[in-house]
Write a protein that binds this ligand. Structure first.
Ligand code: NDP
Length: 291
């Protein structure tokens, strides 16, 4: 094995530490804690685990956590009424509605109701538009975490060739926008892409967000490439990524493991977005580059 392992756990711990410092100074300046509201509808076991760990991490960072657990039978109107109340609440800086929602509730109707200034998940079309046009907004947590890992590993990304595999609104598209903004040359690949391995072979950076276990093969990679594996796939052998780790690790220059790579950065970036939202909402200045 030759690739350096990109330690997402350590990077996330450093980011959470920085959020804690800012949360403490915010509390002093604003006279209140920064607050994150997390809404869960129904009792999906995986969502339950995510919501619990987000709440714990929020409290550990010195911010207030407001958990709203609603029954599966909740109507769209009831959920929207809760979102409206959270939009109005001065104690709440960030609002996160855990997905997926039950089938009888339209996700878009709920997500577009969240105030863009409290949209710490970055899923509101206004924030997607801000990202696409280079304005300040909230960037979805997973691609933001991937970007931080890439910059930590590579420094300046200008001029590098990047392939992002997967074009979801949550990961692939914002990832491509972030890399474009950093002046990488970006190819956004998807299920209709021809000659995917040919594209990957030219890439200095490969971000895999496909949702298929061990889909990206080591022999596709350019030697020395930096590989970010977003995938989380449950298999009989445990959690595996979208990249064939063993094959890739002998060819890549650096690679994120699964687990312990992108996953920990996602929650840390949620905390980061929340403390940024708190400063903006309360009018407390935050120096450029402070986090
Ligand atoms: P989606 O299912 O929304 O998107 C998957 C994308 O992969 C689609 O754009 C699809 O293309 C593309 N794709 C599917 N098959 C192929 C193929 N054969 N060749 C090329 N592209 C293909 O997934 P998400 O973006 O939500 O998530 C991707 C992965 O990341 C999942 O494993 C998920 O669990 C994980 N994830 C991890 C997070 C973390 O915190 N670590 C957070 C979020 C997601 P098309 O558009 O043409 O259908």
């Amino acid at each position: 094995m030759t690739a350096r392992i990109i330690d997402g756990k350590a990077a996330a711990a450093r980011l959470r530490e920085r959020v804690s410092e800012l949360a403490a100074s915010f509390w002093t300046s604003a006279g209140r804690q920064a607050g994150l509201a997390v809404v869960l509808v129904g009792d999906d076991p995986a969502s339950n685990v995510y919501v619990r760990s987000k709440g714990k991490a929020t409290i550990a960072a010195g911010m207030a956590s407001f958990e709203h657990r609603l029954p599966e039978s909740t109507t769209e109107d009831e959920l929207i009424a809760l979102v409206d109340a959270l939009n109005e609440s001065e104690a709440v800086d960030g609002i996160l509605v855990q997905l997926p929602l039950p089938a009888h509730i339209r996700e878009a109707a709920v997500l577009t109701r969240i105030s863009p200034d409290k949209d710490v998940d970055g899923f509101h079309p206004v924030n997607a538009g801000r990202l696409a046009t280079g304005l300040h907004g909230f960037v979805p947590c997973t691609p933001l975490g991937c970007l931080m890992l890439l910059e930590q590993e590579l420094g300046d990304l200008a001029g590098l060739d990047a392939v992002v595999i997967g074009r979801s609104n949550i990961v692939g598209k914002p990832m491509a926008a972030l890399l474009t903004a950093r002046s990488a040359t970006v190819t956004l690949a998807h299920s209709k892409t021809r000659d995917l391995s040919g594209h990957v072979r030219r890439a200095d950076i490969v971000v895999a967000a496909v949702g298929r276990p061990r889909f990206v093969k080591g022999e596709w990679l350019k030697p020395g490439a930096t590989v970010i594996d977003v995938g989380i796939n449950r298999t009989p052998e445990g959690l595996v990524g979208d990249v064939d780790f063993d094959g890739a690790a002998s060819i890549a220059g650096a690679i994120t493991p699964v687990p312990g790579g992108v996953g920990p950065m996602t929650i840390a970036c949620l905390l980061r977005n929340t403390i940024v939202a708190a400063h903006r909402n309360a009018g407390v200045p935050l120096e450029k580059g402070a986090i």
